[in-house]
Ligand binder design. Structure first.
Ligand SMILES: [Zn+2]
Length: 448
C-alpha cells in the first residue's frame, strides 16, 4: 500500500492551493484563446478580459466567479456543432481517442482525448492502484465489456504501466470470466459492484470457493455500491478481499480513489473541486451534503470548468488517518441529485434502500419500484429470499419493520424465490422510479 505521488498526496494545504491557483491560471490563459465554447461563456459572464481572469486566479476560490457548465449545455453544443461541439482547444486531428457517456435515456455525450490527456487520465488510476498495493507481481482481471465508456480503458493502460499482467474479460460469459480469473490466479478484480456480487453468486452455484481464490482487492466503479456499507461488506466477505471505490465520469475523468483507510479521496492536485448546496449553489461546510462541482487541469483538448457532476457528496471532517492531505468524502458518492425520490414526504436515495436490504444476509437480490396507491406514492420491493437463512414471510416482516424504523417509511415487500429476478452484468438496474421525480430531469449517467 502506498502513495502514487507522495509529494502531492501529502502536500500541505496552502501549497496544494497555490498549485491549484497556478493550474487554474494556466487553464484560463489557454481557454479564451483556443476554446470557442468557454470563450463565449466567459465573455457572456463579463469575464472576457485577461486581466480580470488573472486577478481571479490569485486564489483557487476565484473559481467561484466563473460560470457553471452543465451536461445539458454540452449536449446542446454537440447537437449544434457535431461531432465534437465547440468545447475543443485543439484541432480535431490531434485527438487519438473518443469515448462517450451511456445515453441510456438521452443522447450520449462524446469526449475526445489527445495522447497527453490520455496519459493524464491513466495517471489518475495510479493513485488507486498504489493505494490498493498493485505492483508488477499482480494480475489484474477486468470483468467488463469494453465499450464506449472511458473508465476501464484507462485502467488497462495504467495497469500495464504499473507492470501488472492485465487480462480483459470483454466478450466473455460470467462463467468464462470466473474460470479465467481462477486459472491465471488473478489478484485484482475490476468490475461494477453489482457484478462483483453476481460473480460471487455464480461461483457459489458452481461450488467454487472464492474466499480461497487469489483475488485480494476488488476495485469498483460505474455505480456507487462500493461505498454503500452493506454492499461493500457483502463484496468483501464473498471474496475475502478488500473493496475499493473509484469514482469519476467520462466527461470529467477519474476524480477520486479509495485509500487504505477506506476513504474516498478527491485528486486535488489535478482538479479544483467545490461542494455546493444543491439549490443555492453556495459552498457547504464539511459534514454537509452538496453537489460535487469539478474543474479539471489535465485535459486541455476538452476541459471542463465548474462542471456540475450531479453527484451528491459530503466532505469528511478532519484529516484522514492515511496521511493524505487531499480531502476525503464521507461515504463516497451518496447518490445522484436526480436519483433522489420523495415517498410520502421522505427524501430517499436508492443507496439507502440498497444498504438496508443488502444488510440482511437473507436477501439475495432485489428490485424497487414506486407505485401510486390511493394517490400516494408507495415503495414496492421485490426481494429474493435465501430459504436457508429465513422463512420468506418472516424476512419480509423483518424488512418492513426495518424500513419503518430506520427510514420512517411503509414499504410493500414481496418475497420471491432465489433466481427469480434478472441480474445485469453492467450497471445494476434495480430501481424503477415512475413517481416522485420532477419532469425534464437530466438522465442518470455514470461511466461504466
Ligand atoms: Zn485516506
Amino acid at each position: 500500500m502506498g502513495f502514487f505521488n507522495p509529494a502531492l498526496e501529502t502536500c500541505p494545504r496552502p501549497a496544494l492551493q497555490a498549485l491549484q491557483a497556478r493550474r487554474l491560471a494556466r487553464l484560463l490563459t489557454d481557454v479564451p484563446e483556443h476554446n470557442p465554447f468557454y470563450r463565449s461563456k466567459l465573455r457572456a459572464a463579463g469575464l472576457g478580459s485577461p486581466a480580470t481572469l488573472a486577478r481571479l486566479c490569485r486564489d483557487p476560490r476565484g473559481v467561484q466567479a466563473l460560470p457553471f457548465t452543465t451536461k445539458a449545455e454540452l449536449l446542446d453544443d454537440q447537437a449544434k456543432h457535431p461531432p465534437w461541439g465547440t468545447n475543443l482547444s485543439v484541432p480535431p486531428e490531434v485527438l487519438v481517442r473518443q469515448h462517450q457517456t451511456s445515453g441510456t435515456t438521452g443522447t450520449p455525450l462524446r469526449w475526445g482525448d489527445t495522447r497527453e490527456s490520455w496519459a493524464w487520465l491513466a495517471s489518475l488510476w495510479g493513485y488507486q492502484y498504489e493505494a490498493a498495493g498493485v505492483t508488477a507481481r499482480d494480475t489484474i482481471y477486468m470483468a467488463f465489456s469494453f465499450g464506449h465508456f472511458l473508465g476501464y480503458w484507462t485502467a488497462l493502460d495504467a495497469g500495464m504501466q504499473a507492470g501488472a499482467l492485465v487480462l480483459t474479460g470483454g466478450g466473455q460469459s460470467s462463467v468464462q470470466r470466473l474460470e479465467a480469473m481462477l486459472e491465471h490466479r488473478a489478484t485484482i478484480l475490476l468490475c461494477n459492484p453489482g457484478y462483483a456480487l453476481r460473480l460471487a453468486e455464480i461461483a457459489a452455484h458452481r461450488g467454487v470457493r472464492l474466499q480461497e481464490s487469489a483475488v485480494r482487492a476488488i476495485i469498483c466503479g460505474g455505480e456507487p455500491g462500493a461505498s454503500i456499507p452493506a454492499t461493500r461488506a457483502r463484496i468483501e466477505s464473498r471474496w475475502n478481499a478488500r473493496c475499493y471505490d473509484r469514482i469519476g465520469a467520462t466527461e470529467v475523468g477519474h476524480t477520486g480513489f479509495t485509500c487504505e483507510a477506506g476513504q474516498v479521496h478527491l485528486i486535488e492536485s489535478e482538479y479544483l473541486f467545490e461542494v455546493l448546496h444543491p439549490q443555492r449553489l453556495t459552498p457547504v461546510k464539511a459534514g454537509e451534503e452538496g453537489e460535487l462541482v469539478a474543474t479539471n487541469f489535465g485535459r486541455r483538448a476538452m476541459p471542463v470548468i465548474r462542471y456540475r457532476t450531479g453527484d451528491l457528496v459530503r466532505l469528511g471532517e478532519g484529516p484522514c488517518r492515511c496521511g493524505r492531505s487531499f480531502v476525503h468524502l464521507d461515504g463516497g458518492i451518496l447518490g445522484r441529485a436526480d436519483d433522489m425520490i420523495v415517498v410520502r414526504g421522505v427524501n430517499l436515495f436508492p443507496s439507502a434502500i440498497e444498504n438496508l436490504l443488502l444488510g440482511d444476509p437473507a436477501v439475495l437480490e432485489f428490485q424497487a419500484s414506486l407505485a401510486r396507491v390511493r394517490e400516494m406514492g408507495e415503495l414496492r420491493l421485490t426481494v429474493e429470499v435465501d430459504p436457508t437463512r429465513g422463512q420468506p414471510r418472516e424476512v419480509a416482516a423483518r424488512l418492513a419493520n426495518l424500513f419503518h424504523r430506520q427510514l420512517g417509511l411503509r414499504a410493500d415487500i414481496h418475497p420471491v424465490s432465489p433466481g427469480t429476478l434478472t441480474r445485469s452484468e453492467g450497471k445494476t438496474r434495480r430501481f424503477t422510479w415512475t413517481e416522485g421525480r420532477e419532469p425534464n430531469e437530466a438522465p442518470r449517467e455514470v461511466d461504466g
